[in-house]
Ligand binder design. Structure first.
Ligand SMILES: NC(=O)c1ccc[n+]([C@@H]2O[C@H](COP(=O)([O-])OP(=O)(O)OC[C@H]3O[C@@H](n4cnc5c(N)ncnc54)[C@H](OP(=O)(O)O)[C@@H]3O)[C@@H](O)[C@H]2O)c1
Length: 326
């Protein structure tokens, strides 16, 4: 099996490549070559910008792939370019979408599965849904077999560990310094975080698995957290006590709408998903990495890369803590 992955050196794509190699696949990556870090032995790298469609076409030449995985498609124009470049030139096309394509409604049985209506609220989710629709049409037109995979929060070395408020939080440094941190609402919102080495299995073992053709899959572990238990797990990973303060979400984002946009669009809502369909069709998709252990690994990696986010002199955050105390 030979797989082309658009991306390949990013957060989730690193996990995918690991599992593709473990299952004996030949792997080619297409990316701009801007990320530090060693490329795994045996992987072929093609360099270029995926937005330069002629360059993508040139790099791929007349080659045919068993599976192509697009990890960094965000717009319908990029999806259409994929269909134009790879239609008839691969057996299967796997598109990395997102659970943000569902939106923020909660089903009566709480956990969102693939049958739940897609009503995204963010531009990100709306565009991913448009991409999904284009790919599923290409599948119906037999351009290639399409598999759509929808991760929710996925974390691991190489990227910051989000909190309830921000993608690159100051909260972990504040916990280190023995200071209180803030969570929206009552901290009882549901959440699920899956390690990229677990999510990577679903992509890697969906490749050339005919059961997955024409299907969409959530890609989450099944251990859900509340936000309070998420902060507790991170504090225990840091070996520090947790002092958590609660504040209504609108009072947080009104302090700095751009900074706390994650809360407004995603983390301020329940994020609970049912991935049993993925585990049924791709039995290798076992999620073994405990969140506290994965958080410890991710934060240790941030320190190693000098990417630890300091919290000193953060007046906006200090004001939030004061608001929560008042
Ligand atoms: N993490 C989450 O919580 C989460 C949740 C839901 C869905 N997702 C989805 O996961 C996907 C992200 O995958 P990831 O974590 O592997 O990505 P990532 O960490 O953002 O890495 C991006 C990869 O793509 C390459 N790249 C970026 N821009 C490029 C360009 N213009 N042309 C060619 N290559 C480019 C990067 O290498 P160079 O910079 O060297 O080009 C790198 O290999 C997205 O589709 C996102 O919507 C993520």
């Amino acid at each position: 099996m030979h797989v082309l992955i658009i991306g390949g050196t990013g957060l989730i794509s690193t996990g995918i490549v690991t599992h593709l190699l473990a299952r004996g696949a030949g792997v080619t990556m297409f990316n701009r070559g801007q990320r530090p870090g060693a490329i795994p032995a045996g992987v072929e790298v093609l360099h270029g910008d995926r937005n330069d469609v002629a360059a993508l076409q040139r790099a791929c030449g007349s080659r045919r792939w068993d599976a192509v995985i697009d990890m960094i498609g965000f717009t319908p124009a990029q999806a259409q370019a994929d269909i134009d470049v790879f239609g008839g030139r691969c057996e299967q096309f796997i598109f990395c979408s997102t659970v943000c394509s569902y939106g923020v409604k909660v089903p009566p049985h709480v956990f969102v599965d693939e049958s739940f209506p897609q009503e995204p609220i963010s531009t990100y989710g709306k565009n991913k849904l448009l991409c999904e629709q284009l790919f599923l049409r290409a599948h119906a037109e037999q351009k290639f077999q399409v598999t759509i995979i929808r991760p929710s929060h996925t974390y691991g070395p190489g990227s910051p560990l989000i909190d309830n408020l921000e993608p690159a939080p100051v909260a972990w440094d504040r916990i280190e310094r023995g200071l209180p941190v803030v969570c929206a609402g009552d901290g009882l919102g549901l959440w699920v975080s899956t390690h990229r080495d677990d999510v990577g299995k679903l992509f890697a073992y969906a490749a050339l698995n005919p059961v997955t053709y024409g299907q969409c899959y959530n890609a989450t572990r099944d251990q859900h957290l509340t936000w309070t238990s998420y902060y507790q797990a991170v504090a225990s990973a840091l070996g520090k006590p947790l002092e958590l303060r609660y504040l209504p979400a609108p009072r947080i984002w009104s302090r700095d709408p751009a900074r706390f946009g994650l809360l407004r669009e995603i983390t301020g809502f329940h994020g609970a998903y049912d991935s049993r369909k993925a585990r049924r069709d791709v039995p290798q998709f076992a999620c073994d990495i405990d969140f506290a252990a994965g958080a410890a690994q991710t934060l240790a990696d941030s320190r190693r890369r000098n990417a630890w986010k300091p919290s000193a002199d953060d007046k906006v955050y200090e004001q939030l803590v004061a608001d929560a105390q008042g």
